[in-house]
Design a protein around this ligand. Structure first.
Ligand code: AMP
Length: 277
């Protein structure tokens, strides 16, 4: 896996060109086949929409590694358990399209469930060892849903490279492992975590937070940074999160030279991670 350095957002040269919107595989393939015939390198950023600067930083990063950037927006039902927030997940398509156009994205893929899961929802791939523990202990359905939607997206979009955020660090490892295990000819690149001025990792789910919860949420990165520096242990970081106002800690753990955490604030589940120093 390649790690690219942080980048500042710049408009890429395709900003003035029309952004394609594809809702079917035929729409998608007719554009991509033209690009491939011209020898162009295609970069792909899958998302669930409700786009923020973290997503846009991945588009910018993709533009540095590819000639054409494709973004997808698809809220994947199979990675949500029945009690989770699939129905409430924010959907802001018109806003998202404006942001993607401003970022110079060449094509946005907006498939429906039928288009993605044409032929059925049966799993075609399984998550590997990177999926064990952490998120899987609390969301056992999650990585199965993620690898199966990403595999379908990859087989439809046929990108040369694909970008995933370090915000979802375990997911990035699971995808990199899948690509290797199944010999997919796609380079996976991780993008750095985009944060607000207080260090809070940007997330579509931050929209669920009340003003008071937002203040508590902003403590998380500071507590994880202390743990990443070795000033406190992961269990002490968990206690500090509770003392700061988090309601429940799913985990605070060290893995991949990172401190990774998931914690609940009211009905909102937040995740974040920090490299150890
Ligand atoms: P999502 O729409 O939440 O599925 O995220 C789509 C992609 O954006 C995933 O690869 C995420 O890891 C990435 N992403 C989400 N939030 C951030 C962030 N704050 N910084 C960098 N990447 C992010």
């Amino acid at each position: 896996m390649t790690y690219a350095p942080a980048v500042s957002p710049v408009k890429n040269s395709s900003t003035n060109k029309t952004m394609h919107i594809a809702r079917t595989r035929d729409d998608l393939q007719s554009v991509i086949q033209g690009w491939k015939a011209d020898g162009l390198r295609v970069g792909f950023v899958p998302t669930m929409g409700a786009l923020h600067d973290g997503h846009i930083s991945l588009m910018t990063l993709a533009a540095q590694h590819a000639d054409k950037v494709i973004a997808s927006i698809f809220v994947n039902p199979t990675q949500f358990a029945p009690h989770e927030d699939f129905a409430q997940y924010p959907r802001t398509e018109a806003d998202d399209l404006q942001k993607l156009e401003a970022a110079g994205v060449a094509l946005v893929y907006l498939p429906t469930e039928d288009v993605i899961y044409e032929g059925g929802r049966e799993p075609r791939v399984s998550p590997g060892k990177a999926a064990e523990g952490l998120e899987s202990d609390f969301r056992p359905h999650f990585f199965g849903g993620v690898v199966n939607v990403v595999e379908r997206l990859f087989s439809q979009v046929t990108p040369d490279i694909a970008m995933f955020g370090e915000k979802d660090f375990q997911q990035l490892q699971v995808i990199a492992e899948m690509v290797q295990a199944y010999d997919m000819p796609i380079e996976i690149i991780g993008g750095p975590i985009a944060r607000d001025s207080e260090g809070l990792a940007l997330s579509s789910r931050n929209a669920y937070l009340s003003a008071e919860e937002l203040q508590i949420a902003r403590q998380m990165n500071k507590i994880l940074r202390d743990a990443a520096r070795g000033e406190i242990t992961p269990p002490q970081a968990a206690s500090k999160l509770l003392a700061a106002g988090f309601d429940k800690i799913d985990y605070v753990e060290k893995r991949w030279n990172r401190i990774l955490a998931a914690a609940w604030l009211g009905k909102t589940r937040l995740i974040d991670n920090m490299p150890t120093q």
